[in-house]
Design a protein around this ligand. Structure first.
Ligand code: CU
Length: 266
C-alpha cells in the first residue's frame, strides 16, 4: 500500500528541484510535537518524535482526556489515513500507518526529501464522527525553497494526462478526467472509491473536506469540494490505473465570489 503511494509522492517531490535558495529544514524543526499539534473535537496527534529519520514515524491520537484512541471505525477500507504535505505543498504522501495494540501508529517516512511537513490524520473514532488532526514534522537536511504555487488544472503522470474542470463556477464541484493518448479512462477502485481527492489551503495548510459524488463512475470523477474564497489550494488526486496508484496534483486560485451573488447555492 505504502509503496504505490510513495512512488507517486517521489514523482511530485522531484519538482522540489526548482531551487530558489537553499534552506536548512532542520534548523527550526526541533520543537516538541505538542507545541505544533492542533486539537480537533478534543483529539490531538501526539508524535513520539517530530524529526523524521530512518526510524519509523510513530504517533498516537489522544482523546480529550489524553488517552490514546484504540478503537476506530473503518473509512475507505482503513482506520486512519495519514496525509503528509510539505509546507510549500510540493511534496505529498497519502499513507496508511499500522496500529499497535496500545493505539500507537507507525509508518516509514524515511523516503521523504528534506523539508518541513504537515501531517494530517483523517479518522473516525469508534462510535464518533469523522475528524482530522494535524502536527508538524521535519526531515532535516538541505532543501530547496519551494516556489509559490500557480494555478494548474492539468497534470501528467507517467503516460496519463489528468485534467481538473470546474463544474460550478465557485469550484464547489469539480470533475477530474484521466486520459491516455486522448482516450478517457475509467479509474479502478482504490480504497473503495474511484479516486480520493485531498485539498490543502496554501496559506494555513488547512485540510479541506471533499467527497466523490459518484458511487460507480464511468470515465470522469466528480467531487464536491469546499474551497476557501480568495485562497489558493493544492489538490491531490490519488487514483488507480493498471493496478498502480498514482497521484495527480492541481492548483486552484479561488477568486472571491462576485458581489452580485453569482455564487451557486446547494
Ligand atoms: Cu488513505
Amino acid at each position: 500500500m505504502f509503496g504505490g503511494g510513495l512512488a507517486a509522492l517521489v514523482g511530485i517531490g522531484a519538482l522540489v528541484g526548482r531551487a530558489v535558495g537553499p534552506i536548512d529544514a532542520g534548523a527550526s524543526g526541533q520543537t516538541a510535537a505538542t507545541d505544533q499539534s492542533d486539537t480537533s473535537d478534543g483529539y490531538t496527534l501526539t508524535a513520539a518524535d517530530t524529526q523524521i529519520d530512518p526510524e519509523p514515524f510513530s504517533f498516537t491520537i489522544t482523546d480529550a482526556d489524553g488517552r490514546p484512541v484504540t478503537e476506530y471505525d473503518v473509512l475507505h477500507e482503513k482506520e486512519l489515513h495519514l496525509i503528509v504535505v510539505s509546507t510549500g505543498l510540493r511534496t505529498y504522501a497519502h499513507v496508511h500507518p499500522e496500529r499497535g495494540e496500545g493505539g500507537q501508529w507507525t509508518i516509514d517516512l524515511s523516503d521523504l526529501p528534506p523539508c518541513k511537513y504537515r501531517a494530517i490524520a483523517d479518522f473516525s473514532p469508534s462510535g464518533g464522527t469523522q475528524t482530522n488532526v494535524a502536527g508538524d514534522l521535519v526531515v532535516p537536511g538541505k532543501t530547496a525553497a519551494e516556489p509559490p504555487l500557480q494555478q494548474a488544472l492539468a497534470d501528467r503522470v507517467d503516460d496519463l494526462d489528468i485534467t481538473l474542470d470546474a463544474a460550478e463556477s465557485d469550484w464547489s464541484e469539480v470533475v477530474i478526467t484521466v486520459r491516455r493518448g486522448g482516450e478517457v479512462i475509467t479509474t479502478e477502485p482504490y480504497l473503495g472509491a474511484a479516486g480520493h481527492l485531498v485539498a490543502i489551503e496554501a496559506e494555513d495548510l488547512a485540510y479541506l473536506h471533499t467527497h466523490a459524488l459518484d458511487e460507480i463512475p464511468a470515465g470522469p470523477v466528480r467531487f464536491a469540494v469546499q474551497l476557501a474564497p480568495g485562497a489558493t489550494h493544492a489538490l491531490f488526486f490519488d487514483f488507480k490505473v493498471d493496478g498502480v496508484v498514482r497521484t495527480a496534483k492541481f492548483v486552484i486560485e479561488n477568486e472571491e465570489p462576485d458581489d452580485d451573488g453569482t455564487e451557486h447555492g446547494h
